[in-house]
Design a binder for this molecule. Sequence first.
Ligand SMILES: *Cc1c(COP(=O)(O)O)cnc(C)c1O
Length: 427
Amino acid sequence: MDIDALLAFDRTHLWHPYASMDNPNPVYPVVSANGVRLKLADGRELIDGMASWWSAIHGYNHPVLNQALKTQIDQVSHVMFGGLTHPAAVELGKKLIELTPTPLQTLFYSDSGSVAVEVAMKLALQYWQANGESQRTQFMSLRGGYHGDTLGAMSICDPITGMHSLFSNVLNQQVFVERPGCRFGQPCNDQDIAPFAAALIENKDQLAAVILEPIVQGAGGMWFYSADYLYKVRQLCDQHNVLLIFDEIATGFGRTGQLFACDHANVAPDIMCIGKALTGGYLSLAATLTTKKISDVISENEPGVFMHGPTFMGNPLACSVALASINLLLESDWRQNIADIETGLRTGLSGCQALDHVADVRVLGAIGVIELKQAVDMKSITEQFVQSGIWVRPFGKLVYLMPPYIINQDDLSVLTSTVTSIISNPE
Ligand SMILES: *Cc1c(COP(=O)(O)O)cnc(C)c1O
């Protein structure tokens, strides 16, 4: 393989996420990956601190996940979900309904997190239309939130940190509440929930739903907030008859120390989105779950159907690897693994806390975040990480680690000590 030619083509023709075609940052060619290690074309190996954006929870090239795909591929790789079904979709559906909060009883498959969010929003809109309340067209969400890159999802992302301010004039105007000030582990006092309560009461007649990321806000700021806040949000939505959507796309499948982040507060949403780690990082798959009540109201009133249907809905390969990944997770001692990673991150990153240019260090489950006072030079710091043998990709002021759950303490400590030393001595 001619790596220089490959990189030259990539640079000239392939868009990367949030990147320029004119002045692209370097990209590193991965030729294989195994366990927690990514192998570059020049033979270097990097310890993965990102789990490919929350998804590769079992690491790479896992024999059990590989086998699930090989078995499925010999049966059927894809078949349309309109008018047909198949065992992988049914078995996965059973498992997801069993694992997610009890009120969630119906499930819609889609191919990415953003689409799962669009589906959640459309379900809420159709629910109120079917209820004869078609004036309920707005959504309320939290500042600092991130819900995806499609138009509906963009409209509920933080208008500034959510990366979509460029499009503000074409997006639907939604209602935003300041992000919760009370941190994870702290109580939520009256003044902490007051802005949410006030905005809910003021807008409740126009609101189709409140949508938020439970406990951990991801790409909009990597912020961890009080479980008590989430509990109070659920109470207020019940009290004022507004649907509540949890976006668990980043937090689902153990990352925060509970199987789903909403388990920290022991509350259930009316609609829930999952994605990212669902397939263990192998294929793109997402799902939106709802209560029986919502699916009944939509199905029993005009037009009597839910108006959405992706081409690759319920893809058998994606469903079978998702089922294998979930079983692998549940058969492992995942609570202990996450707790060990949490301890390793706390210890390993504690040295950053005292640095002058560090604003905050926070750890929850298998997520470690260093918030700097200034935005990092992403190109230069990524290069330094790669030269030191780790794969970590910061954004803005945030340098963060969310490794595969299979990482051992030695590799974890290489990650934390390398990050600490590079942040301590910026070039
Ligand atoms: C990543 C993410 C999305 C979007 O998922 P995609 O698969 O990238 O479309 C939505 N919500 C949250 C919380 C996410 O972390």
